[in-house]
Design a protein around this ligand. Structure first.
Ligand code: CAA
Length: 385
């Protein structure tokens, strides 16, 4: 077992850290306040090879390992998790093409993303189907050699900004199927933003991660040729689940970055702020919070790297990916809440960075599968024996 990064990952980590310190952290508060989409920051990350990292080398991409991607994401998210969510959603958006697409489809849709900067969006959730993916209602009706899509997606990250969309729709919206079979009509598609009938709707005014664009998407008679279907008819559900198995470690890394920032800010404040004639870091009550943050950060990173390591070896990692996502995001929520506590009244104001960390951390427990769903996945895997 080796806990050291090799030279190339170590140098990538330095690049990501520098980019985060110089290009993300200084603009984080500004994008948080405005809620504007940080397109130029994303473009710079792409130019440096810190985004779209999973595109294989044979298609002109970096072909970064899952461990490598986690190393990058943790560094970026220390600067701002909202901006980092916008960056990593590109890899989430392209993953169904890697998982379910043919070589020709990968060449057609992914190779151009290595030549020009393109934003991607993964379109799974719906107003009535967030946790319950098999219950999704976006309808794909067969028409000639293709499909016509009608319905609505919701909470789509990068939804108003994406050039390419991977979209999940069902051939059969009827409820006659048993709970076991509902997912069998789901298909995955890829489409560009120019596709007639595809229109971004309302942008969500979110509590945190305000630099990420979260949208409703409307599909009104969207015509898609069969050549834009990823995998076979009915394979969409499994493509979505395999995608999430592969991207949940990135969420673990993102959460670890938030918790690390909370610890760094808390350590600095605890050394500087005085009460009862001494620095507050001298009090055991504060020290215990700092110690808990540090141990949870280490545990989050280990779980995250373990799940990524398994994926890099082609192993199924549903349980470990869900453990990494669930543990790290709960830990980030606790670390940021304790950071606000350490900062006291100052922590509750926008003058200091920790209230943003706490708002940002909350989303981590909800997106990419709520932490309740992660526990469902873990328990089901345990019971398989
Ligand atoms: N890999 C491969 N196949 C899988 C699988 C996996 N990880 N998980 C399930 N399957 C297969 C099952 O084996 C089963 O196959 P058969 O029909 O051949 O037996 C089939 O898929 C159905 O599985 P389940 O019966 O387990 O399905 P379910 O309806 O009970 O739901 C669930 C499972 C885990 C609850 C799933 O719906 C889920 O993960 N929900 C959470 C959704 C989610 O994470 N959304 C995130 C959106 S993206 C986002 O938030 C990102 C962002 O904005 C940044």
């Amino acid at each position: 077992m080796d806990f050291e990064l090799d030279d190339s990952l170590s140098s990538l980590q330095q690049t990501a850290r520098r980019f985060s310190d110089e290009q993300i952290a200084p603009v984080a508060a500004q994008y948080d306040a405005s809620g504007k989409f940080p397109r130029e920051v994303l473009r710079m990350a792409w130019e440096l090879g810190l985004s779209h990292t999973f595109i294989p080398e044979e298609l002109g991409g970096l072909g970064l390992s899952a461990v490598g991607a986690c190393v990058v994401v943790e560094e970026l998210s220390r600067g701002c998790s909202g901006i980092t969510t916008s960056i990593l959603s590109n890899d989430l958006g392209l993953m169904p093409i890697l998982v379910g697409g043919s070589r020709d489809q990968q060449r057609e849709w992914l190779a151009p993303c290595t030549q020009d900067f393109k934003v991607l969006a993964f379109c799974l959730s719906e107003p009535g189907a967030g946790s319950d993916v098999a219950g999704l209602q976006l309808h794909a009706e067969k028409a000639g050699n293709g499909y016509v899509l009608n319905g609505t997606k919701a909470w789509i990250t990068n939804g108003g900004e994406a050039d390419l969309f991977t979209v999940f729709a069902t051939l059969d919206r009827s409820t006659r199927h048993s709970l076991r079979d509902r997912h069998k009509g789901i298909c995955a598609f890829v489409m560009s933003r120019e596709t007639p009938g595809l229109t971004p709707g309302k942008k969500e005014d979110k509590m945190g991660q305000r630099a990420s664009d979260t949208r409703v998407l409307h599909f009104d008679d969207v015509r898609i040729p069969a050549s834009q279907r990823l995998g076979a008819e009915g394979e969409g559900f499994k493509i979505a689940m395999t995608t999430l198995d592969r991207t949940r470690p990135l969420i673990g890394a993102l959460a670890t970055g938030i918790a690390r920032r909370a610890l760094e800010e808390s350590l600095a404040y605890a050394a500087e702020r005085k009460a009862f004639g001494q620095a507050i870091g001298e009090f055991q009550a504060v020290q215990f919070m700092l110690a808990d943050m540090a141990k949870d950060i280490e545990a989050s990173r280990l779980l995250t790297f373990q799940s990524a390591w398994m994926l890099d070896r082609g192993m199924r990692a549903s349980k470990q990916s869900s453990m990494a996502k669930c543990f790290s995001t709960d830990a980030a929520m606790k670390a940021t809440t304790d950071a606000v506590q350490i900062f006291g009244g100052n922590g509750y104001t926008k003058e200091y960075p920790v209230e943003k960390l706490m708002r940002d951390a909350k989303l981590m427990q909800i997106y990419e599968g709520t932490n309740q769903i992660q526990r469902v996945v873990i328990a089901r895997e345990l019971m398989k024996g």
